[in-house]
Design a protein. Structure first.
Length: 411
């Protein structure tokens, strides 16, 4: 066993000599190196949406790599899969004609891009004072520089000294608090509002349609850019291609990652509404957005994304999520009656959570799952069990996840 890998986000004292090495995947199942078969109840980190081990993605990537692995896309250069993917995403996303797409290597990259572009847009349009960003209690927006400042899970902010002081926190469920924050600060100083339409890592929190509608309207009224962080919800997880469509958010910018490739290769990006992109696209303009990374629009990665979207479309997997929404909610609902359960959340696509009394109990549930063929995951303070299976999961397998949690709690 390797002793040199430093696991992301891990307490290494508890991981040492305790690693689980995943060796193989097929559909909704994974096999560890010692041969144990596990049902992937979370689609890994909410991304394995079309399931594991699909040969059509491997074939598409190999074909692209044999022709050209990548050529960088700064300035006037591009590769064909990069261009095709951006057009495809704009066709699927709930934006007016003329939206633009910026690409990076994951969700955190997309958040950096969105935070910088929000501020850059207002300097470009003569309002440099608009630079404060509001994000929400329990938010998770990745862990790069801006993402660390925009997220409000305490453990992720500790030990770095002062984070970006131009980020303010507002309630994730009470829109009046958002309004108060805007009015107390002064709308003329606020650039953007960052919003996961369903909070993921912060505990699978559904803010409610009224909250989303009201904050969207507040942003419109005060010329604050509404940034929909769809790193988890994008590409079908809520039963629509994007949660922004489901909740009619008409975002000014929208991040995506995970589901764009179902995790076959690392990719993230930002869809930008035409009016935000406009100053940078004006004929004879002299403005550029000096942002981008070596692998922006990586050719082989974009080929994987195109093949992944083909699978989602060909197999009607987004509609499948919509049809499984009540199946998941009905399967999880009885858990609310069990000892140790604080709350059960479900009802939007294939997103669910079982909040337990404490992290110790959640550890036991996770261990029980591992012993009984179901791979579960704990989020937030370690006391919430995440349920976000691949879109190809069956009704019986959804029931098995719920039964396994129930059996663990019964022990
Ligand atoms: N935003 C949200 C809503 C996320 O859930 C995540 C990842 N879980 C990120 C941003 C960051 O994405 P990545 O880990 O790919 O950098």
């Amino acid at each position: 066993m390797s002793t040199s890998f430093w696991h992301p986000q891990a307490m290494m004292s508890t991981v040492k000599n305790n690693e689980i090495v995943i060796d193989r995947g097929e559909g909704s199942y994974l096999w560890t190196e010692d041969g144990t078969k596990l049902l992937d109840a979370t689609a890994a980190l909410w991304y394995a949406n079309i399931g594991h081990g699909r040969p059509e993605i491997a074939t598409a990537v190999a074909k692209q790599m044999q022709k050209l692995e990548h050529y960088q896309t700064f300035d006037k250069y591009a590769t064909r899969p990069t261009l095709e993917l951006c057009d495809r995403i704009v066709d699927l996303a709930p934006f007016d004609d003329g939206a633009k797409v910026l690409l990076g290597s994951g969700g955190s990259d997309a958040i950096e891009t969105a935070a910088k572009l929000a501020r850059r847009y207002f300097t470009a349009t003569g309002r440099p004072d608009k630079r404060i960003i509001i994000s929400r209690q329990q938010a998770y927006h990745g862990l790069h520089g801006h993402g660390t400042s925009l997220g409000w899970l305490p453990a992720n902010r500790e030990g770095y000294g002062e984070l970006d002081p131009a980020v303010l926190r507002a309630s994730a469920t009470d829109w009046h608090d958002v309004e108060k924050t805007i009015m107390n600060t002064g709308p003329e100083l606020i650039a953007a509002f960052f919003c996961e339409p369903v909070i993921g890592t912060g505990g699978v929190i559904f803010p409610g349609a009224e909250y989303l509608a009201e904050v969207r309207e507040l942003c419109r009224k005060h010329d604050i850019l509404f940034v929909s962080d769809e790193v988890i919800t994008g590409f079908g997880r809520t039963g629509k291609w994007f949660a922004s469509e489901r909740f009619d958010l008409q975002p000014d910018m929208m991040t995506f990652a995970k589901g764009v490739t179902s995790g076959y290769l690392p990719l993230g990006g930002l869809v930008v509404a035409p009016h935000v992109a406009e100053p940078f696209f004006a004929d004879e303009g002299s403005l550029s957005f000096r942002h981008g990374v070596t692998y922006s629009g990586h050719a082989a990665v974009c080929a994987a994304a195109l093949a992944n979207i083909d699978v989602l479309e060909r197999e009607n997997l987004v509609q499948r999520v919509a049809s499984l929404e009540t199946v998941l909610a009905d399967a999880l609902a009885p858990l609310a009656e069990l000892d140790g359960v604080i709350d059960v959340r479900a009802g939007v696509g294939l997103l669910g959570a079982v909040e337990l009394r404490d992290a110790q109990l959640a550890n036991k549930v996770e261990a029980h799952g591992l012993g009984h063929g179901v791979l579960l995951r704990k989020i937030v303070g370690g006391n919430v069990i995440q349920i976000s299976p691949p879109f190809i999961i069956t009704e019986d397998e959804i029931q098995l996840i719920a039964d396994t949690i129930a059996a663990a709690l019964g022990e």
